[in-house]
Ligand binder design. Structure first.
Ligand code: CP
Length: 312
């Protein structure tokens, strides 16, 4: 209970309650907020590098009064070959009551939750899912598009979210593609066949594929750009100049094809490749807001994990 290993773990009603809790926690004065998890212990277990997710979970936990400890593969006994199971059980023996896990293995959060019996929050597992990212992306879209946070299957009806780039390796694309159609949004994946291969993607949630980026942009209420994950390409060679010509979100394309679309990116960005600075920093961009929503939503996820929904 309280885990979030996949976006499947939480219903629309559950997300509505989570967003309401997020709003309440954000509005609370600091002296009240730190009482929620006063003295509770949260472990951050990171087998892959991270800036946004790690820092925002850590600051979220501390904002609620919890103590945190970070275990990373670079400076722990993981380097000596200690297993996920043994690492989790060790953290539990040290008093951890919740573990936030980033792993390069798809499914590792479920394994850790079973091993430890503790609530586990998935901070990104391999090419599988990044559910807290999908939730912070959702809050960003609802706020910027002026939509109700009382979620129903039609909350995002009539809205099109175009997700462009390295879909094949993207856990962010996968979690968003599961979540957004449940709210009635149309989701379009866009990219060249090697990064957006029709045969290798799960399109069961009604997701469409459009290869022509400009055609996709013309339909977009939200243009979500993704980084090419060179660390996961395994020998696949992507020609940067060709990619920029076909798929970079830049000032000219934005002005010509999507002058009103919200620009999003989960980060980290490679400026000059999938997005240029004018698009990333311009008035249509919600990229910095996404980061701030991440801190807010992760406070609520920790509250839910450690205090349960009944105390929410
Ligand atoms: N969006 C995201 O997961 O960023 P980090 O890898 O920096 O955590």
């Amino acid at each position: 209970p309280g885990s979030l290993t996949s976006i499947h773990d939480i219903s629309l009603d559950g997300i509505t309650r989570l967003l309401a809790l997020t709003n309440r926690l954000v509005a609370e004065p600091h002296r009240e907020r730190v009482k929620h998890l006063d003295g509770r212990k949260v472990a951050l277990l990171f087998y892959e590098s991270s800036t946004r997710t790690r820092t925002s979970f850590e600051l979220a936990a501390k904002s609620l009064g919890a103590m945190t400890t970070l275990v990373s593969d670079k400076s722990s006994s993981i380097e000596k070959g200690e297993s996920l199971h043994d690492t989790g059980v060790t953290l539990r023996a040290l008093g951890a009551e919740c573990i936030i896990l980033r792993s390069n293995y798809s499914g590792a959060p479920e394994v850790l939750a079973r091993s430890t019996g503790l609530p586990v929050l998935n901070a990104g597992d391999g090419m599988h899912e990044h559910p807290s990212q999908a939730l912070l992306d959702l809050r960003t879209m609802l706020v910027r598009l002026g939509l109700s946070q009382q979620l129903t299957p039609t909350t995002m009806a009539g809205k099109t979210v175009v997700i462009t780039g390295d879909i094949r390796h993207s856990r962010v694309a996968r979690s968003n593609a599961i979540l957004l159609p449940k709210l009635g949004a149309r989701v379009i994946f866009c990219g060249p066949p090697e990064l957006c291969p029709k045969e290798a993607l799960d399109l069961s949630h009604g997701v469409e594929i459009e290869r022509d980026f400009e055609k996709a942009l013309q339909q977009a209420d939200v243009a979500m750009m993704l980084r090419i994950q060179r660390e996961r390409l395994a020998g696949l060679d992507i020609d940067s100049a060709e990619y920029i010509a076909g798929y970079q979100l830049n000032e000219q394309r934005l002005r010509a094809h999507a002058p009103k679309a919200l620009v999003m990116h989960p980060g980290p960005m490679v400026r000059g490749l999938e997005i240029d600075s004018a698009a990333a920093d311009g008035p249509q961009s919600a990229i910095e807001e996404q980061v701030a929503h991440g801190l807010a939503v992760r406070m609520a996820l920790l509250h839910r994990a450690l205090l349960g929904e009944t105390n929410a």
